[in-house]
Ligand binder design. Structure first.
Ligand code: ATP
Ligand code: MG
Length: 405
């Protein structure tokens, strides 16, 4: 069934005057961005609803995109027809053929804002209801809680038919909460944490530490491709790759093994804070979940958190691994995350990291390395890539390999 427009209803928008305006404008912008390649589509944001006029674009394809845009509570595909009873009947028949199964109940609900239209709401409800019954003799009219409510809106510019309400992604429009820096590894947890932060309106910049030659191009490509998956929820994301090998080599050389992990994490956090300050980030996000691994005890968080007063938000902190995996599958990051490319942390992971590191000791051992110099060189080597929704990086590599063979 090809519809002519989609009506978008908002979720929990802030109700305060100016905020509400900003939210609607931001949502409209995000919808436009997510539909950028449908050139004929026109987006009209209004106070209570946003109308997306399809002008021939596939309604199924547009709906699939809209379902990922945060700030949309639900949406209804609509069919615009000429202002005649025949046109209404023809349109309603096409819609009911797809939706009204034998034994199902329905009702017609007409609203007429164009009072010049000669058929009033009662007549429309009765006549259209009769017409549907003739065509679907096994169905039934039911006024209370029918399976399908077919809405008929008679407006001055046409008659609009709608019968489906499709759930949206909920949340708040990405960008309305400000910018956050997401520490994105190639693992399962951090992409889920990024998704949850974006759901609450945070515009995420992805910060990824990589350690060539200890980590491969594949590991980097995987983190970028994960960012492409997450960009589906915002249109695009900035990906910041930070070279981390020199720091890891230095820590390994100068600090005791039990503190390698804690001091590495302190450096990662410092660098992320520096990037946030430079780029207007208001908070750091990571994928830590309490008790999951050695670095994720509260003692460890305290020893690592020590380097900054910037808020660190951990969206998956109290989730079980299987709950996180469930979301990872839903947002289509899971299959990528479990691809076995080595991460910079696995390579320099000490055999027995301290699960309860001591803050004073961490500070003391860290004083053996040149924190400032190491940070400066890492920051000088940062590369920024603008990544679009669905952009792929691993496949490209495969093609390159195929050409080489
Ligand atoms: P994940 O599945 O997100 O990798 P994890 O359970 O493997 O998490 P750790 O490896 O201890 O946990 O990492 C904890 C958090 O530290 C990650 O969720 C991520 O936010 C951050 N982190 C770890 N490695 C990197 C990296 N290479 N680049 C950026 N952030 C990282
Ligand atoms: Mg990890």
């Amino acid at each position: 069934m090809e519809y002519t427009e989609i009506m978008v209803r908002y979720g929990e928008l802030s109700t305060k005057g100016k905020n509400r305006k900003d939210f609607i404008a931001r949502l409209g912008g995000n919808i436009r961005k997510s539909l950028k390649d449908f050139e004929q589509v026109v987006v009209h944001p209004n106070r209570d609803r946003t109308h997306v006029t399809l002008n021939g674009a596939s309604s199924a394809a547009v709906i699939a995109r809209l379902k990922r845009v945060f700030g949309i509570q639900n949406l209804s595909p609509m069919l615009k027809v000429e202002k005649s009873m025949e046109a209404v009947q023809e349109g309603a028949l096409a819609m009911m053929k797809e939706q009204l199964k034998p034994q199902m109940t329905f009702k017609i609900n007409t609203r007429r804002s164009d009072k010049d239209f000669p058929i009033n709401t009662d007549t429309m409800n009765r006549e259209l209801g009769g017409f549907i019954l003739e065509n679907f003799p096994e169905s039934q009219v039911k006024m209370k809680n029918p399976d399908i409510t077919l809405r008929v809106e008679i407006r001055s510019n046409g008659i609009f038919l709608t019968s489906e309400v499709i759930n949206g992604a909920g949340g708040l429009p990405v960008g309305t909460a400000g910018k956050g820096m997401m520490m994105l590894s190639g693992g399962i947890d951090s992409p889920v944490a990024a998704y949850l932060g974006m759901k609450r309106g945070v515009e995420m910049e992805m910060v990824h530490f990589f350690s060539p030659p200890y980590t491969s191009e594949q590991a980097l490509a995987k983190a970028k491709e994960l960012s492409g998956k997450l960009a589906a929820y915002s249109g695009n994301v900035q990906f910041l790759q930070v070279p981390f090998a020199e720091i890891q080599e230095t820590i390994k050389e100068k600090c005791p093994e039990g503190y390698l992990m804690t001091i590495q994490r302190r450096m990662m956090l410092r660098l992320t804070v520096a990037l946030a300050q430079k780029r207007g980030g208001l908070a750091i996000f990571n994928g830590e979940s309490l008790g999951q691994v050695a670095s994720q005890t509260m003692e460890s968080m305290m020893a690592i958190n020590d380097v900054t007063t910037m808020p660190i938000i951990r969206p998956v902190v109290s989730m079980d691994k299987n709950e996180i995996i469930e979301i990872a599958k839903e947002i289509d990051t899971y299959d990528l995350s479990i691809m076995p490319f080595e991460d910079c942390c696995t390579i320099f992971a000490p055999p027995a990291p301290k699960t309860r590191p001591d803050l004073e000791k961490a500070r003391y051992y860290e004083s053996k390395i040149d924190v400032e110099g190491l940070m400066k060189r890492a920051l000088d080597g940062v590369q920024v890539t603008n990544i679009h929704a669905g952009e792929e990086f691993l496949n490209q590599n495969e093609e390159v390999f195929a050409e080489l063979l």
